[in-house]
Design a protein around this ligand. Structure first.
Ligand code: CP
Length: 348
């Protein structure tokens, strides 16, 4: 397997991760004048099984401006849908193992977004697709969000926290579930962020209603990283308690893992999924909720945000909102990731 960017939040040690965050912040200072040739001639294939504004635009802009060639392939229209053996349909799908080897022969990396419906909503199913790509590709595979991790987002998040708060050791981050009218948001963002934050030494309070617990394997990994960095992880089911004295509040919705199907082909119990959300409509970050956080605490969200449900307009548009700096950092985080994978010398 070639080195890639599949689940670095889980697999990369804390020291290496911190070093990469520092390198990404320095790389940002050189962009665009002093980075314009670092990926000259490099071709990356971008496969989006799900919609995207930020990831698609920032990756493709960044790669173009560094001299490379972004090539978008739509897995559900225009190519044979890359599939694992158990989901193959003659002349409609193509085995991931074959796609990965073919694209490796043409270009320099393969980037994939896949979560939810394209993997039948079985938790971990999308991540297995990415692992299959990585197994068969001879070029790096980049995770642009699967059902377990969103490592590009997490790097941008930590960069933003570093820019706003300076050193992160001992700084308090609240990662909170928030209400949404959609049950479809994956757990990838809070899971990657939790791991990236504790590697950065932050004390994290994870706030969610009981039915919205994260993957126990991720929680265990977070505790292990916290032991190494001296960070603390606390879980609360009380929204306002979660905000208490936080230096940064990252509140977004995610789905309930307990209501996802265990096996491919089983339907999602949408009634149960929605019922899990409805008692928690008050989990919306408004000015009163932000008042429980530390003075001048920042509000973060990966976007797209469900305004009026996850967050009030006057918070996301107000002086405490860091979300547009965070969105801008997607470009810089991913530039650093592409450079790290394809021309690591230029990051030094
Ligand atoms: N935050 C994020 O990944 O945005 P997109 O879904 O627009 O790519």
């Amino acid at each position: 397997m070639t080195a890639g960017w599949l689940a670095p939040d889980l697999t990369m040690n804390a020291a290496d991760y911190r070093e990469l965050v520092g390198a990404a912040l320095a790389f940002k200072q050189r962009y665009p004048q002093h980075t314009e040739c670092v990926l000259r001639g490099k071709a990356i294939y971008f496969l989006f099984y799900n919609p995207s504004l930020r990831t698609r635009s920032s990756f493709q802009t960044g790669l173009s401006r560094m001299g490379g060639h972004p090539i978008t392939l739509d897995p559900q229209n225009g190519i044979y849908t890359p599939a694992l053996p158990e989901a193959e349909i003659p002349y409609s799908t193509e085995r991931v193992a074959d796609v990965a080897r073919v694209l490796s022969a043409y270009g320099d990396a393969i980037a994939i977004r896949m979560y939810g419906a394209p993997a039948g909503w079985v938790y971990g199913g999308a991540h297995r697709h990415l692992e299959a790509f990585a197994k068969w590709a001879s070029v790096p595979v980049i995770n642009m969000e699967c059902d377990r991790f969103h490592p590009c987002q997490a790097l941008a998040d930590v960069m933003t926290l570093r820019e706003r708060l300076g050193g992160l050791t001992g700084r308090r981050l609240c990662i909170s579930w928030a209400y949404s009218g959609s049950w479809h948001k994956p757990v990838a963002v809070p899971q990657s962020l939790l791991l990236a934050a504790v590697k950065s030494g932050m004390d994290v309070t994870l706030a969610h209603p009981p039915a919205f617990a994260l993957d126990p394997a991720v929680m265990n990994a977070a505790e292990k990283f916290a032991d190494q960095t001296g960070a603390r992880v606390r879980v609360t089911h009380d929204f306002r308690d979660g905000m208490s004295d936080a230096h940064a509040v990252y509140a977004k919705s995610w789905c309930s893992l307990t209501h996802l199907p265990a096996h491919a082909g089983e339907p999602v119990d949408e009634t149960a999924m929605r019922a899990a959300f409805e008692p928690h409509r008050h989990w919306c970050v408004d000015q009163a909720v932000m008042g429980h956080a530390a003075p001048n605490a920042g509000y973060l969200h990966c976007l797209p945000a469900d305004r009026g449900q996850e967050v009030a307009d006057d918070v996301i548009d107000g002086p405490q909102s860091w979300v547009f700096q965070q969105a801008a950092n997607r470009l810089h985080a991913q530039n650093a990731i592409m450079a790290h994978l394809l021309n690591p010398g230029c990051l030094a």
